[in-house]
Design a protein around this ligand. Sequence first.
Ligand code: NAD
Ligand code: DAU
Length: 340
Amino acid sequence: MKRLLVTGGAGFIGSNWVRLALQRPDLERLVVLDKLTYAGNLANLAGLDADPRFRFVQGDIADTETVGRLLEHEPVDAIVNFAAESHVDRSVLDPSAFLRTNVHGVYVLLEACRAYGVGRFLQVSTDEVYGAVLVGRSTERDPLAPRSPYSAAKAAGDLLALSYHATYGLDVVVTRGANTIGPYQYPEKATPLFITNAIDGEPLPIYGDGKAIRDYLYVDDHCRAIALVLDAGQPGEVYNVGNDEEIDTLTLAEAILALLDRPRSLIRLVEDRPGHDRRYAVDSTKLRALGWRPERDFESTIAATVEWYRQNEAWWRPIRNGEFREFYQRLYGKRLGISE
Ligand code: NAD
Ligand code: DAU
């Protein structure tokens, strides 16, 4: 895999993955295709222009011409697809962009793989496709039962990719990762939202009773898993990526407040997310058999994440002052009793 197209590479996980991939001396070319939606940010790729192997192209994965033109000029061995609408709460407010990018966009990329002879397609999917799992752990063979427009659209893209392996013999691999946190995550997601609110002395909105469980995974651990599956995953196979930890939202918020030396009184229990999945938990035995292990536990993951946001206010402050404000008011205005 010497020449790569990384779609959605200007987002959170994608940009961290691009930095990791560029550390490989055998890599000859890495092209990022990203639409630069509200979540895409060239600042996430700052400094990479200096590497002659790297190129950034702004464009939409759901646009056949854009993808075709790019692959005609930049033949690649593999596409690694991070591009997606990724926030559950936005999918509740308006699902349309989720269907276009997470389903139709994947279809366009798969067709392009066939048309331009791309050797491997890696679809970055999510543990949310299994739906809420109240007991036990989801294995890759479990049926999918997504419960939000976001996760339903991701499940459709994930299954469509696998269908191209069964039907057309395309070399497809899928990863289903747990809730990922770390540097460069747009501050709409719970962890960076709680950290930046806490730094600003604003309330932390906790949905429902704060007991929903997630398995928080450090972004570098997730990125190493994706790199390993790209290199060593078997065609047509799915690999779960999880840390085997169970952290509820109140515990997450309390850990952040303690690290920032802020009072527990900033916690606000607010109206729940509609269709809020109570728990996700994946079994990642299959990936571990390829040699992957997470390097960080929850304590170290949250400490490193809080520290990055503390040190990188210049990255997140302009975001909080931009489009984010309108979104925040729309989602939390009534919940937190904040008037415009
Ligand atoms: P993100 O929202 O930070 O980034 C998404 C990127 O995709 C942005 O740069 C955006 O501009 C780009 N994009 C969106 N629509 C596009 C389009 N039509 N064409 C081209 N680019 C487009 O997302 P993230 O959190 O980094 O997630 C990346 C991938 O990983 C997603 O597929 C997501 O479903 C999956 N995932 C995320 C997590 C998590 O906890 N964040 C966990 C498991 C899986
Ligand atoms: O599990 C993988 C998924 O993790 C990815 O597929 C998604 O792209 C990613 O956004 C993430 O989804 P979650 O819904 O789990 O993450 P989020 O950060 O939005 O929420 C984490 C938990 O915190 C969840 O139980 C909802 C809760 N929450 C979230 C927000 C934004 C709150 O209590 N208050 C909030 O304001």
